[in-house]
Design a protein around this ligand. Structure first.
Ligand code: MG
Length: 340
């Protein structure tokens, strides 16, 4: 296979702010794998939270080049494994290669990935739409702009949480989920916040405390009126067994997992442990979002809105209808370059 690596700058429609910082644009690596006149596409939506950068992902992709260029794509299961063990971390780079590989295979078979997996595209949950941290009146405006979405995800974890939630509930009575992004440092403080959120009809709380504080989260779970969902505490399948009994559910992302094949393994393992499953995303183009959405019929909740934050999306793929992503019937992972 021929591997091509390109870098694209994605401009955001609005400054995106969460508990740990703010951004206006993202510069990501994209890959294509070509053979027999067929191209498979992949995206590396890296995250600095996991020690990934445009440069570190690029160098991982170059490291992977000899493996990909000599590999037989039809042996994609073995190849997926070989990609996983090439390096520690750099999961977004692995995800890009695995995505391009699966896209290539499904295009060669002329089948959409969800169909290859035997999934019913009608079993698509409504996606939440995320509202980043901002002044309460700005967040109210974003909530009004998001009228097409049935569920909202509110980012908390700043000093302004109470004022934000009052403003949110003034603006909408739609279902609301909260993501603290590790922002609450003390378990007692976290529990007090969660009790307030329960009174405001919040559905669940994602990653209330810094990753690694599992004893504190287990204590929280005993007292919490709301389900607790791990995000920064879970990356790959190996993290899942120790989270059972600590969290009620986990947020799986293709970019954290290092690919569609590993994300699928995680979904199956999480089910074995009785965990609820949310399928989430980074800020990603329609390529990464469409690929993730192929797995969505398998999960309880989805938060696949990262492409909607981008002003110059280089791909087109899933579209939103009545708050749910609609999977295209085209072969592959469901996205095409926007120019074609
Ligand atoms: Mg999160």
């Amino acid at each position: 296979m021929k591997l091509t690596i390109t870098t694209k700058r994605l401009e955001l429609k609005h400054t995106w702010r969460i508990a740990r910082g703010a951004v206006d644009s993202k510069e990501y690596n994209f890959v294509t794998l070509e053979r027999d006149g067929i191209s498979g596409h992949g995206e590396a939506a890296h995250n600095t939270r996991y020690d990934e950068s445009t440069e570190s992902i690029r160098s991982f992709l170059e490291q992977a080049r000899p493996l990909l260029e000599s590999a037989n794509p039809w042996h994609f299961r073995d190849l997926g494994r070989e990609i996983q063990v090439l390096a520690n971390g750099q999961q977004a780079g692995k995800a890009a290669l695995d995505m391009a590989l699966i896209d290539w295979v499904c295009r060669a078979l002329n089948v959409p990935y969800h169909r290859y997996l035997g999934l019913d595209p009608e079993k698509m949950p409504a996606t939440s739409y995320s509202i980043g941290i901002d002044k309460p009146e700005q967040m109210q405006e974003r909530i009004r702009d998001a009228a097409a979405f049935r569920v909202l995800k509110i980012k908390l974890g700043s000093d302004n949480d109470e004022a934000i939630m009052r403003a949110v509930r003034e603006a909408t009575d739609r279902p609301v989920r909260v993501d603290a992004n590790e922002g609450w440092r003390q378990k007692e403080q976290a529990l007090a916040r969660i009790h307030q959120l329960a009174e405001q009809q919040v559905e669940f709380v994602e990653q209330p405390m810094p990753a690694g504080r599992l004893l504190d989260v287990a204590w929280l779970r005993q007292h919490s009126p709301l389900p607790l969902i791990a995000d920064e505490d879970v990356r790959s399948a190996a993290d899942i067994p120790r989270l059972a009994g600590v969290y009620h559910g986990i947020n799986i992302k293709v970019m954290k997992a290092g690919g569609l094949q590993e994300a699928l393994r995680m979904i199956e393992l999480a089910r074995t442990f009785g965990l609820k499953i949310m399928l989430g995303c980074m800020i990603e183009s329609s390529l990464g979002i469409s690929a993730a959405a192929q797995l969505a019929p398998l999960v309880d909740w989805i938060d696949l809105d990262g492409n909607l934050l981008i002003a110059n999306d280089p791909y087109r793929g899933v579209r939103i209808e009545q708050g749910r992503p609609v999977l295209p019937a085209t072969a592959g992972v469901g996205a095409e370059p926007a120019g074609e």
